[in-house]
Design a protein around this ligand. Structure first.
Ligand SMILES: Nc1ncnc2c1ncn2[C@@H]1O[C@H](COP(=O)(O)OP(=O)(O)OP(=O)(O)O)[C@@H](O)[C@H]1O
Ligand SMILES: [Mg+2]
Length: 265
């Protein structure tokens, strides 16, 4: 197990032996998932493969039944989203992107209340200051939406851009994006890919969940495939082979590789 203690150098996140069940449903079974420093790792898999469940375990939204999580080489427990954020992890969820009845600024600051102490951030920071900070953030990212606008008045794509931009407010080490391009036009998705690229240049390590293999090809350094709650292998983007990825998405890890893994243990 000497390897595991050293691997904190190369890997910013290591999830090992993760199992998660929902009643009878085994959403994840003994999954090992490692994110290298400063890489863009795509997480691919069919509907129900367990992608969202896996990253929710890292985001503190779900607790695995068993398994170990290391961040920066240290074993961590992530009982809630606050702890995940404190570890430098920001997540955009597939099913909970933004709150429609709030403005763009309020959405960007949402959930950060505890950061500045016992009072709510809205109480501590005056509204103009928040608006200014939100505007700077969006300007930096070249996202042209009005920060005073209600999110319900934005297009689906603009909402996704706001949802992604808010992950950058806290200067995270790790950003996880669950289907950030699913509601977007080709142009909108291109913007998101540019944004992801920019995040990587800033030194952030990124997990990108997507069903779109073309976006994965364009963005990812490696592709981790899940199949029915089990790991179906990792492919280097330099050897990107769409047929190979689809084969693993549909059929799981090839027999030979499974045998190799068993032999390693
Ligand atoms: N809260 C829950 N309660 C019960 N079952 C759940 C829950 N969340 C996920 N599941 C089940 O766990 C399995 C994995 O779901 P998950 O959402 O992680 O898949 P996914 O890979 O993200 O799929 P998609 O591509 O459709 O988003 C599925 O069988 C799903 O029905
Ligand atoms: Mg999902």
């Amino acid at each position: 197990m000497a390897e595991a203690t050293q691997s904190g150098d190369d890997h910013i996140v290591e999830m090992e032996g993760i199992t998660k069940t929902f009643g009878e449903v085994v959403a994840l079974e003994d999954v090992t998932f490692r994110l290298r420093r400063n890489e863009i790792l795509a997480l691919a898999g069919d509907n129900g493969a367990g992608k969202s469940t896996l990253i929710k375990c890292l985001a503190g939204a779900l607790q695995p039944d068993s398994g170990t999580i290391r961040v920066d080489g240290e074993v961590v427990e992530i009982p809630n989203p606050r702890v995940s954020k404190d570890l430098g992890i920001e997540t955009t969820f597939q099913d909970l992107a933004v709150a429609g009845n709030l403005t763009v600024t309020q959405n960007i600051f949402l959930g950060r209340e505890a950061v500045s102490g016992p009072d709510t951030l809205f109480g501590v920071l005056d509204k103009p200051a928040m608006r200014k900070r939100a505007q700077e953030l969006l300007d930096d990212l070249e996202i042209h939406v009005d920060v005073a606008e209600k999110v319900s008045n934005l297009s689906g794509g603009e909402r996704q851009l706001v949802s992604i931009s808010r992950t950058l407010l806290s200067d995270p080490k790790i950003v996880i994006m669950d289907e950030p391009t699913s509601a977007l036009s080709v142009e909108g998705a291109d913007r998101v890919l540019e944004l992801i690229d920019r995040m990587q240049k800033q030194g952030i390590s990124i997990v990108l969940i997507s069903h779109n293999l073309d976006y994965i090809r364009r963005a990812a350094d490696r592709i981790h495939v899940l199949h029915q709650g089990r790991s179906a292998g990792i492919i280097d983007a330099t050897d990107f082979d769409q047929d190979e990825i689809v084969k693993r998405m549909v059929g799981g890890m090839p027999e030979e590789e499974r045998d190799e893994q068993t032999a390693d243990v």
